[in-house]
Design a protein around this ligand. Structure first.
Ligand code: DSN
Length: 419
């Protein structure tokens, strides 16, 4: 690695300077974007291996190019470990990332115009769950269920069932990027069974928390398909995977390749295999539990200090702070003020947000990355107070500079793995 870095430094100083700057940024600030994490040094090593040189269209034992004796080894390791960690009958580890992963899953079972029942974007769903601006939203007929403000932001399953009976979806889809609660997968399964639909869960955000047995696993509830990215709470390289029942294996594999993608990124698959080895350890279970404990403490501290959280708290790794209600500024401004003190969050729409997506009413905050650094509940109390206090002191340059110093001082006590 050191020799490779030295070459980069020598042969492309501009690129190298940006790399060093990014390392310094990641080390000196607190990463609270819920979908981000710090991966293992071994993953960084695997990503930089000669597996990046290899074309491997097809699957182990059935490739279109020669020279696959080692790529087959790593893809089988990744597939077998994924099945064990997620208690799944089949795994496809080739999706390049989250969007192609979900596209391949839909295209395995749907014809253009078919209906999918999915969660509304502003209520926590994802762009690839049929938002009108996504290509999937143009090809398939997505019908969107919402959370209920008068039920503390939870899903109203009577309403989901009514929509399913009316629209007869081929897939009932659950999964979220900004819903701070767990799901009742049994309820989704019952509704899907009643209308003869497949069940699909996109657990990208909580894949690591499921792997670490800290949250419910849709596969335990008889779900047909489960998708997850590999770089969020799972702490792996940027990628995606599809888990499914054996009966769907052929359709899923054909849909990923040759249906949607060409050559898989074998260096990423090597890194995924390593990630899943880590995910099966007792240490990873402790990590997953700590992510949730940290989120609960951070949420409680924010609320005790005047923060208004969507749904009034969290059951997972993230929370959505309504900044308009809490401190009278929109999420864009809040994100920027926190950036100034080296606390990284992201602006976030809230359910039925009256404001536009680039100037929404809140920010999203999560604990996977800070927990990877070893931060615990004491640090969460500190960060929760600092977040509200900083937002209240926006515009006070002296205050912000002092706070940035305090955040950087805190970070020095918690090294980033791999840097
Ligand atoms: N961009 C991811 C997130 O932040 O949740 C989802 O695609």
């Amino acid at each position: 690695m050191d020799a490779h870095r030295a070459l980069l430094q020598q042969n492309d100083p501009d690129l190298y300077a940006a790399l060093v700057g990014e390392e310094q940024r990641q080390r000196s600030g607190v990463e609270l974007i819920p979908s981000e994490n710090y991966t293992y040094p071994e993953v960084l090593a695997a990503l930089g291996t000669v597996f990046t040189n290899k074309y491997s269209e097809g699957y182990p034992g059935r490739r279109y190019y020669g020279g696959q004796e080692y790529t087959d080894v790593i893809e089988n390791l990744a597939r077998n470990r994924a099945c064990a960690v997620f208690r799944s009958e089949h795994a496809n580890v080739q999706p390049l990332s989250g969007s192609p992963m979900n596209q391949a899953a839909y295209l395995a079972f749907l014809e253009p115009g078919d209906t999918v029942l999915a969660m509304d974007l502003s209520h926590g769903g994802h762009l690839t769950h049929g938002a009108p601006v996504s290509h999937m939203g143009r090809i398939f007929n997505f019908v969107r269920y919402k959370t209920q403000p008068d039920k503390e932001g939870r899903i109203d399953f009577a309403e989901v069932r009514k929509m399913a009976l009316e629209t007869k979806p081929k897939i009932v889809l659950c999964g979220y990027t900004s819903y701070p609660r767990d799901y009742d997968y049994d309820e989704f399964k019952k509704i899907a069974d009643e209308v003869g639909a497949l069940t699909m869960a996109d657990v990208s955000h909580i894949g690591g928390l499921i792997a670490g047995d800290a949250m419910r696993n849709p596969m335990d509830y008889g779900f047909d398909i489960m998708t997850t990215t590999t770089h969020k709470s799972l702490r792996g390289p940027r990628g995606g995977m599809i888990l499914c029942k054996k009966g769907h294996a052929q359709a899923i594999d054909k849909s990923v390749f040759p249906g949607l993608q060409g050559g898989p990124h074998m260096n990423t698959i090597a890194a995924v295999a390593y990630t899943l080895k880590e995910a099966a350890t007792p240490d990873f279970k402790t990590y997953a539990r700590n992510v949730l404990a940290n989120a609960k403490t951070l949420a409680k501290t924010l609320m005790e200090n005047g923060g208004a959280l969507v749904t009034g708290g969290t059951d997972n790794h993230m929370m959505v702070l309504n900044t308009v209600e809490s401190v009278g500024i929109d999420g864009k401004e809040a994100e920027k003020v926190l950036d100034e003190v080296a606390i990284t969050t992201n602006k976030q729409i809230i359910p039925d947000d009256p404001n536009p997506p680039l100037r929404p009413s809140g920010i999203r905050i999560g604990t996977p990355a800070a927990t990877t650094r070893g931060m615990g509940e004491a640090e969460m109390v500190q960060l929760g107070r600092w977040i509200i206090d900083t937002l209240q002191h926006r515009g006070d340059a002296g205050y912000l500079a002092k706070r940035r110093g305090e955040v950087e001082e805190l970070c020095r006590g918690f090294p980033v793995p791999g840097i």
